[in-house]
Write a protein that binds this ligand. Structure first.
Ligand code: 5AD
Ligand code: SF4
Length: 408
């Protein structure tokens, strides 16, 4: 997401603009993900469609970037001859603007301004670290994103200050494992405290965390600093200790639930969201039942559930993928159904409650705002609300949307 944002700013500064309609594009840029095979298959299918389009419109340019470009490299060009450029994640680190300068786009846009113009927006994503050393046995990220590297503390603070000067009210700090951030003597909690001291910044969120790196200092900052949002994404993956060990997650379910208790004790209204994988090699009915029971007991604020997908180079790739596709689908549907039921119960209980929301956007017929816990609230259109923190009372709750009235 953040690479897309960086690319967006650079291309806008070059005079390019986004199009709503596929047929109006001069350049197609596919920012890809390799985490699951399905994401790669989707890209192949898009590429097939764009390639057909290029047969009638030979001037268009096709660029593939991101993890899949890193993993497959020029094999993508071998399969789809009309692809003009493949830019891997490691190339991106060498500077997107340099690549754009060098590549086929050189003459495609009139260069207006070589300084990246910051678009005025309310929420900004800032990457604070990249890569991962955890080597969860199913995960391709360490192979396509490389080893963990925390970015220079001063550069991060300067970037945050700059976006806030440009009108941003909420910063989302990003990294594969933000809570293992360490730059010289600055750890993640200290970084958060210092980002929070930026004047005119209203809110801070961060994504994503590894349970093994969630320490008391971090919980303390979330609890005590009023700019910190009451939300944490804490991937659980499974609640079976046998599967957690096979996944190389480095914690047990008991430890995970101990963290949940600590978080809820320190921040009573915290929303905890998670990721779950079903159908990991060796996952029996019993192992799955542990995970389902954990979902029922913990009552996550939301969750993403994935069917295990074997990825080349990973440890799990060598294990037998012995849960059938049908069974993976069944387990996936059960977790999803349970999670939707819990979400519906959580949001229906919110009707009548008051919340502080940050208005992020003008949407379709409504203003889009967000509670500190990360829930979207739709309120009536008023352009002046954009970027403001307002008090609202929740009037109506639907599965994933809340509707509120402004009360001041
Ligand atoms: N198969 C299925 N899900 C995966 N994830 C990562 N790798 C795989 C895989 N091989 C999921 C994990 C992770 C999220 C981003 O994607 O749940 O937290
Ligand atoms: Fe992948 Fe996250 Fe595990 Fe790193 S911590 S290997 S990114 S699942």
């Amino acid at each position: 997401m953040c690479d897309s944002d960086r690319l967006d700013s650079i291309l806008l500064a070059y005079g390019a603009s986004k199009v709503d309609n596929f047929l109006d594009a001069d350049v197609f840029i596919l920012n890809t993900c390799s985490v699951r095979m399905q994401s790669e298959q989707k890209i192949f299918s898009y590429l097939g469609k764009i390639e057909e389009f290029k047969q009638q419109n030979s001037d268009i340019k096709i660029i593939v970037m991101g993890c899949m470009a890193e993993r497959l490299g020029y094999d993508i060009k071998k399969r789809f001859k009309s692809v003009d450029l493949v830019v891997g994640t490691k190339d991106i680190d060498n500077g997107i603007s340099k690549i754009i300068d060098l590549c086929c786009l050189k003459n495609s846009f009139k260069k207006i301004n070589s300084n990246v113009k910051l678009r005025s927006k309310i929420v900004s994503h800032i990457t604070i670290m990249k890569g991962c050393n955890n080597y969860c046995s199913y995960c391709i990220v360490p192979f396509v994103r490389g080893i963990e590297k925390s970015f220079d503390y001063n550069t991060i603070i300067n970037k945050c200050s700059l976006v806030v000067e440009n009108g941003v009210k909420e910063i989302i700090l990003l990294g594969q494992n933000v809570n293992s951030y360490k730059y010289r003597n600055v750890d993640f909690s200290l970084l958060l405290k210092n980002v929070a001291s930026i004047k005119n910044l209203e809110r801070i969120r961060f994504l994503t965390n590894h349970p093994k790196d969630l320490n008391d200092n971090l919980i303390d900052v979330i609890a005590k600093n009023s700019k910190m949002c009451s939300h944490i994404h804490l991937p659980m993956q499974s609640a079976s200790n046998k599967i957690l060990q096979l996944m190389n997650r480095k914690y047990t379910y008991e430890y995970y639930s101990y963290l949940i208790k600590k978080l809820r004790f320190a921040v009573p209204d915290i929303s905890i969201t998670t990721d779950i994988i079903v159908g990991f090699p060796g996952e029996t009915d019993k192992d799955f039942e542990y995970t389902l029971n954990a979902v029922k007991t913990i009552r996550f604020g939301g969750l993403y559930v994935f069917k295990y997908s074997p990825r080349p180079n990973t440890k799990a790739f060598e294990m037998s993928d012995n849960v059938s596709t049908v069974e993976k689908k069944r387990r996936h549907a059960i977790i999803l159904e349970e999670s939707n039921k819990i979400s519906a119960e959580i949001v229906s209980k919110m009707v009548g409650s008051k919340h502080q929301v940050l208005v992020e956007n003008i949407g379709n017929g409504f203003m889009e705002a967000r509670t500190k816990s990360g829930r979207k609230v739709f309120i009536k259109i008023n352009k002046e609300y954009c970027g403001k923190i307002l008090n609202v009372v929740i009037k109506e709750a639907k599965v994933n949307s809340l509707f509120g009235d402004v009360i001041d």
